[in-house]
Write a protein that binds this ligand. Structure first.
Ligand code: FMN
Length: 199
């Protein structure tokens, strides 16, 4: 009976863990220990991929100059963080297109990004997936990314300095900031899930 209860609790906690992961866009100004970063990338490599091709590479970026360059060349929803609340590290996710082209490759790299977000959450770090890169060529050149790899996305990482609040989504689903507080609208099962058939 006790074992059943403990398993039920663990199950509940796992769901809470997934529900509570939020994109974080305001960070404390302190470095991330390298063992945390190692655990995140190691775990992320267990993400699913089409045909198990694992068509990805990751560059871990921590040096101040490179972080600044990424900060300056990315777009942030609900306002870019002030520089003193910028991320302490970034993970560049690279896509080896020839190994897994088209949508299976995109979906696989997206699965890797999702695993990174969850692994960061497991380390009590904040993270946000950045797909909007304003000058990709500049970053590709700066980081010496070989031409057979595409810069797929960037994950920003740091110690969270904000706690986004969930609100019900309606016609407007855009996250918004009011008096510094970030609100994130989410739809419910009733809005988004059908059982057995559409009607
Ligand atoms: C493919 C993809 C690209 C994204 N690109 C950006 C981006 O360029 N800038 C940004 O601030 N957030 C970006 N995000 C984060 C989303 O804005 C965020 O996931 C969404 O607002 C929901 O918030 P949540 O992650 O807290 O649930 C991206 C997310 C995904 C999945």
């Amino acid at each position: 009976m006790l074992l059943f209860f403990l398993l039920l609790m663990a199950n509940f906690e796992m769901h809470q863990f997934l529900i509570e992961r939020r994109s974080i866009r305001r960070f404390e100004h302190r470095p991330i220990p390298s063992d945390k970063l190692h655990r995140i990338v190691e775990t992320a490599l267990y993400a699913p991929s089409a045909g198990n091709t694992q068509p990805w590479y990751i560059i871990v970026v921590q040096d101040t100059g490179s972080c600044r360059l990424i900060y300056e060349n990315t777009l942030w929803l609900a306002g870019k963080p002030p520089y003193n609340e910028a991320p302490s590290a970034y993970l560049l996710v690279l896509w080896e297109k020839a190994r897994c082209p088209d949508w299976p490759g995109i979906a696989s790299c997206a699965a890797l990004c999702t695993y990174i977000l969850l692994a960061a959450h497991a380390e009590s770090l904040g993270a946000v997936w950045i797909g909007s890169i304003t000058n990709k060529d500049l970053l590709i050149h700066h980081f010496g990314i070989p031409k057979e790899l595409d810069l797929f996305s960037i994950i920003a990482l740091g110690y969270p300095n904000e706690s986004p609040k969930l609100v019900p989504a309606g016609e407007d689903y855009h996250p918004y900031r009011r008096d510094g507080q970030l609100f994130v609208p989410k739809y419910s099962v009733t809005d988004k899930v059908k059982f057995d058939r559409w009607q």
